[in-house]
Write a protein that binds this ligand. Structure first.
Ligand SMILES: NC(=O)c1ccc[n+]([C@@H]2O[C@H](COP(=O)([O-])OP(=O)(O)OC[C@H]3O[C@@H](n4cnc5c(N)ncnc54)[C@H](OP(=O)(O)O)[C@@H]3O)[C@@H](O)[C@H]2O)c1
Length: 325
């Protein structure tokens, strides 16, 4: 099959297409004919040799996909050839066929196109695992989502709203951020020196209960300052850099909590449990359109290098998705 070829330690970050053997589904796996895959910043790092796939996963990049089940490994129950599915995967999404543990599959609602299916799993499960499992977001709490105009943040903001939270969204480019109005999000703050004051103004001077931080790094301290005393921040991304400086005294005095988390390195069993819980909550909302993945553009597989370039160069509004013929 055609796939983006794995790259070595000194990879350039530029995808090369080539032929690799078709994957064979092991026991408990299904084989999916790939129709769409969302691109993630981790894919760029992987092709530069900085983010290898977890042991046992495909070396072909790609952490999510949507397509049709074409074969079943032994011991798979509950899925049939012909099912429309989407999946969170440890690797392999940038190949024409993908072998996927059955527990990581989700049904793709009939109302959704392939591109939507390719855009949902990584953003959806990252949002779910960090808002719910790690952060314990409760009905009625106020949450600040940073990096909210990107793929993960734009979905996380909607999911937090559906979980009953009051949502405040932040990014540096206010104009792009405000496009979230079309998705039922209505409170926006600019992620610059004025952020803490803007958040205070939006919360009656209190600060937020919870920050879902996709940026961290140089601006982590500012994001911690947006919390109320006793509040918590879940750090999911490092767009602001790998190093951060925080006011440790203030962190202690204000009894803050900070949690770090990644999705890809979790075991298949953990991923299956997250997928099950996410599907139960989000499945009906995705089918009804109250939760909608935001797609910046869809790029044909043959031109996947353009998709990588667009993600590296610019700041997409939502996800960049690659489609297969
Ligand atoms: N821990 C995990 O398991 C996990 C899973 C998925 C993703 N992630 C990470 O989460 C982060 C967000 O992912 P994504 O797919 O949503 O990315 P994305 O689509 O590229 O979105 C990035 C967002 O962050 C904002 N931003 C703020 N500071 C930035 C900076 N210095 N550089 C680039 N953008 C910046 C951008 O808007 P403005 O430019 O307007 O500010 C944009 O809204 C990434 O770091 C990704 O690797 C982590």
């Amino acid at each position: 099959m055609r796939a983006v070829l794995p790259s070595g330690k000194d990879g350039s970050g530029v995808p090369r297409l080539g032929e690799v053997p078709d994957p064979v589904p092991a026991a408990g796996e299904v084989l999916v004919q790939n129709a769409a895959t969302g691109l993630n910043r981790a894919d760029i790092l992987q092709l530069r040799g900085q983010y290898p796939p977890p042991p046992g996963e495909s070396a072909v990049p790609g952490m999510e996909c949507a397509g049709t089940v074409i074969a079943l490994g032994t011991g798979v129950a509950g899925w049939s050839v012909g099912d429309r599915v989407m999946a969170l995967i440890g690797g392999g999404g940038q190949g024409e066929k993908v072998a996927i543990p059955a527990g990581q599959l989700m049904p793709l609602p009939d109302s959704l196109e392939w591109a939507a299916g390719g855009a949902i799993p990584e953003a959806g499960l990252t949002a779910w695992s960090n808002l719910v499992t790690e952060g314990g977001l409760e009905d009625g709490e106020t949450v600040l989502v940073t990096g909210a105009s990107g793929g993960v943040g734009s979905f996380a903001a909607q999911l937090a709203r559906e979980l009953g939270a009051k949502v405040i969204t932040a990014a540096r480019d206010r104009e792009r951020l405000e496009r979230l109005k079309d998705y039922g999000i209505d409170t926006f703050v600019t992620d610059d020196e004025g952020l803490v004051q803007e958040v205070k103004d939006a919360t009656g001077g209190k600060g937020v209960d919870f920050v879902l931080d996709l940026v961290g790094g140089r601006v982590l301290g500012r994001h911690l300052d947006c919390l109320r005393p006793g509040g918590r921040l879940v750090l999911v991304g490092a767009l602001g850099g790998a190093q951060a400086e925080i006011d440790a005294g203030g962190f202690l005095r204000r009894r803050l909590r900070m949690i770090g988390s990644t999705l890809r390195g979790r075991s298949r069993a953990e991923k299956a449990e997250l997928v099950r819980a996410f599907t139960e909550f989000a499945g009906p909302r995705l089918a009804a359109g109250t939760l909608r993945p935001i797609i910046d553009r869809v790029v044909p597989f043959e031109r996947i290098a353009d998709a990588y370039q667009a993600l590296s160069d610019g700041e997409p509004f939502g996800k960049i998705v690659v489609s297969f013929p």
